[in-house]
Ligand binder design. Sequence first.
Ligand SMILES: *Cc1c(COP(=O)(O)O)cnc(C)c1O
Length: 375
Amino acid sequence: MSRPIQATIFTQNLSHNLAQVKKLTKARPTWAVVKANAYGHGLQAAYAGFAQSEGLALLDLHDAQLLREMGWKGKILLLEGIFTTDDLENCLRLDCDMVVHHASQLILIESWIKLLSPSKHEQVSQKIACWLKLNSGMNRLGFKSAQYVMAYQVLFGLGLTVNHLTHFANADTDHSLPTVSEQWQVFEHCTQFLEGFRSAANSAAILRHANTHADWTRPGIMLYGASPSGLWDDIAGYDLKPAMQLSSAIISIQDLEPGQTVGYGGNFTATQMIRIGVIACGYADGYPRSAPLGTPVWVGNNNSDHGCIVPVIGRVSMDMLTVDLSHAAFAEVGCPVELWGAKVPIDQVAKPAGTVGYELMCALAARVPVRVASN
Ligand SMILES: *Cc1c(COP(=O)(O)O)cnc(C)c1O
């Protein structure tokens, strides 16, 4: 038998979650965000799962190339735009839309176009679709309001198609600054008299700020069935289905006497007789080493679909972690285990470990075999 760890990606859940987005946004066109290898789910699975999306948004032209080779006919958006003139040529060749967020990109585009012969100029310009990015308060990428219209005029003057985009810093809370409504007002004010489509809402804004849905939405984390706020409870009512299951099995069972400890550092000491299970999954597989005592793991029965949630005890090591089986008398070597998925929402692992579902998904290790399942 090979090592039992496996990640399973359910493409029907990706499609289901996309359909939920469409319901919430009155069927507005979507940029399904597939950066970071589709949040760790793999481009192949995203290609299958997001067939109903008008567009896919990503960072890397290499990924755009792979998607085109798979047969993706829809739109593709480069979220950080182009970095070089080569990128610009590849962007055109692969028929991608691009974000333009900085003056250096304007210069690159302008000088490249000006090198074309006048007859070619028009033909090429028409094919370039830009999403000019406004820095409405996040202060990461984008033009400030004062420069925005100027940047717009440069691109428009070159004959390019120009649309508008901004990104929220705090769409998941209403308490921190800048608030969504403040950012939205800046965006509206700045773009109200300009032609072009507008896109602002990420998952959190799709869920909580319907007034920001605009023309194109940009869902990411919710498509994969996890919460933008990091709290599963915040999305529990939206019928979103986890698309990634990380599973493994119990490979050893130990009985501990009172006073004995578990694993490295001995950070758990038994106070009574206790049965522990050793699971083939560690931080080198992408399970967070910071997961503390009590982090939930589902253990199943070999002979039926029954199972229960048991707590992590001891320190997560490179290849293994240990759980307390005191309340899972049925458990034996070979029993299946779910580290995260439909039974253990990834948010409930991320939260105690001090992180968010986003990071755990993206950090799924290359050594974990991935199976793409269509149901
Ligand atoms: C990652 C990203 C998104 C998606 O964000 P989620 O919080 O995962 O929904 C949307 N827009 C931009 C520009 C992004 O970088």
